[in-house]
Design a protein around this ligand. Structure first.
Ligand code: ATP
Ligand code: MG
Ligand code: MG
Ligand code: MG
Length: 443
């Protein structure tokens, strides 16, 4: 039995969102509006996001679909390493942040507010305090239960001094943050490597070129830290790399620890220090007992009576930043290009406008859509461009502009006795004519 609820029509989609938005009249005007990078413009002009206030953006239907796909991908990799998903509160009591010393050190970046009883809170910019307190209250946990790896994908709030480039530096944004709890340094470092491995798989699957560098520990603190960066000119970090001697670090770190002058000038070597711009899309920290000692977060040791502080790690991924930074890296000036796995819809069917056979092409599009969406991984991935008064070319412009990876054109050969379907790979421009069997194999 076919299920009609899976049919999605472009005419309905565009009644609300997805139409090209009017662009400012000049580059100067764009600049005044803070529209200074390609991905930010493409997301605004194509209804992926809409501005709310400085550093705040609404995610519109296409943008949210892409974010949900990224969320599923990240969930899979977090579950694969034993991650348990939680959702901690957004409001964090002032007292906990004083206890860690970060109410003061995080300073102006905290969004703070008071309730009606004059109790003060911050809107969580990160959750080490809350999660460590949570674990401190779980006094039944013993060495047998470890490692514990908790993660969440939630809104974070930071009063950035200079929000910029849309979702790349927002004042509220979606972050995946994992917090790990181990018995000792040795197992905590194993966990650290396991999570870094999961991050590498996530970035490999997204498919945008990235680099991993030693990172600064900033206000999070700890001893060991790596950052994952996408290389792009709009990135606000400087990365130092040298293939010869293996230097891979954030310049900030080299400046912090004073190693910058000699970072890769070994006598007699042929070092070539490269300095490139990157945008930080992920960050891993080995924390040791920095937070567990403050909150007295302990597990029951093997002897059954003594309580030992957790060895911790924390691991962030900038979900909304990854989304836009991928677009920055892959898109052309005119068209969105998503990592294929994250494209809001995978396939757009365009039935030919035709005075005599138009209706037939449209019915065929619907029937193919029903058949294709019975494949589990295409369930909600097919849209039919049913704007039958427009030419194929005109509708293809929209499919391309919105970065739909594939278009299926239904024209002359599609109605023949052994039909041929034209499939266009919008990302490579390649066109192929496929029989129904070939099309099924292809999807
Ligand atoms: P940055 O150096 O860019 O300010 P950060 O080092 O302050 O980032 P972390 O505290 O390490 O950020 O947070 C984890 C991840 O959250 C970052 O790697 C980044 O991908 C993302 N992130 C941080 N700040 C923002 C922001 N303002 N907007 C969007 N994503 C952000
Ligand atoms: Mg920051
Ligand atoms: Mg940073
Ligand atoms: Mg960081």
């Amino acid at each position: 039995m076919t299920s009609y609820c899976c049919r999605r029509y472009v005419s309905r989609l565009f009644q609300t969102f997805g139409k090209p938005q009017p662009k400012p009249k000049s580059e100067r005007k764009e600049h005044e509006l803070g529209l200074s990078c390609k991905s930010h413009k493409l997301m605004l002009y194509n209804d992926i996001i809409a501005p709310s206030h400085s550093g705040g953006f609404h995610l519109l239907p296409l943008g949210l679909r892409a974010l949900e796909k990224l969320t599923r991908l990240v969930d899979q990799e977090m579950e694969a390493i034993g991650g348990q998903k939680v959702a901690l509160t957004t409001l964090a009591p002032e007292a906990l942040w004083h206890q860690s010393g970060r109410w003061v050190s995080a300073g102006a970046e905290l969004f703070t507010l008071k309730d009606r009883h004059k109790h003060q809170y911050c809107l969580g910019p990160t959750h080490e305090e809350l999660v460590t307190k949570l674990m401190a209250n779980m006094t039944h946990i013993s060495y047998k239960h470890l490692p514990i790896r908790l993660y969440q994908i939630t809104r974070k709030f930071r009063d950035e001094m200079a929000p910029k480039y849309g979702l790349l530096r927002g004042r509220e944004f979606e972050m995946k943050d994992m917090y790990t709890f181990d018995t000792c340094e040795k197992t905590a470092l194993e966990t650290y490597n396991t999570v870094c491995g999961a991050y590498e798989r996530i970035f490999d699957r997204i498919g945008v070129e990235y680099v991993k560098v030693s990172g600064a520990t900033g206000i999070i603190g700890g001893d060991l830290s790596h950052e994952f960066h996408y290389l792009t000119d709009v990135g606000q970090d400087s990365l130092l790399t040298c293939h010869r001697c293996g230097v891979e670090m954030n310049k900030e770190l080299a400046e912090e620890d004073g190693s910058l002058p000699g970072v890769c000038q070994l006598p007699g070597s042929e070092c070539q220090l490269l300095e490139r711009r990157g945008i930080e899309v992920g960050h891993t920290f080995y924390l040791g007992t920095k937070y567990s000692s403050v909150f007295n977060a302990c597990y029951r040791a093997q002897d059954g009576s003594s309580m030992v502080e957790y060895e911790m790690g924390c691991y962030g991924l900038g979900m909304t930043r990854i989304l836009q930074a991928s677009l920055e890296s892959l898109s052309t000036d005119a068209s969105l290009r998503w990592p294929r796995l994250l494209a809001p819809y995978q396939l757009c069917i365009i039935p030919k406008k035709d005075r005599t056979h138009g209706e037939e092409y449209l019915r065929l599009a619907e029937s193919l859509s029903d058949q294709l969406t019975s494949h589990p991984h295409l369930r909600s991935e097919v849209i039919i461009d049913d704007r039958m008064s427009l030419t194929i070319g005109r509708r293809q412009v929209d499919a391309d502009r919105l970065g739909c990876p594939y278009t299926l054109v239904l024209a002359g050969k599609a109605l023949e006795s052994s039909p041929q379907y034209e499939v266009i790979d919008n990302y490579t421009g390649e066109t192929s004519f496929l029989s129904w069997e070939q099309l099924s194999d292809f999807v």
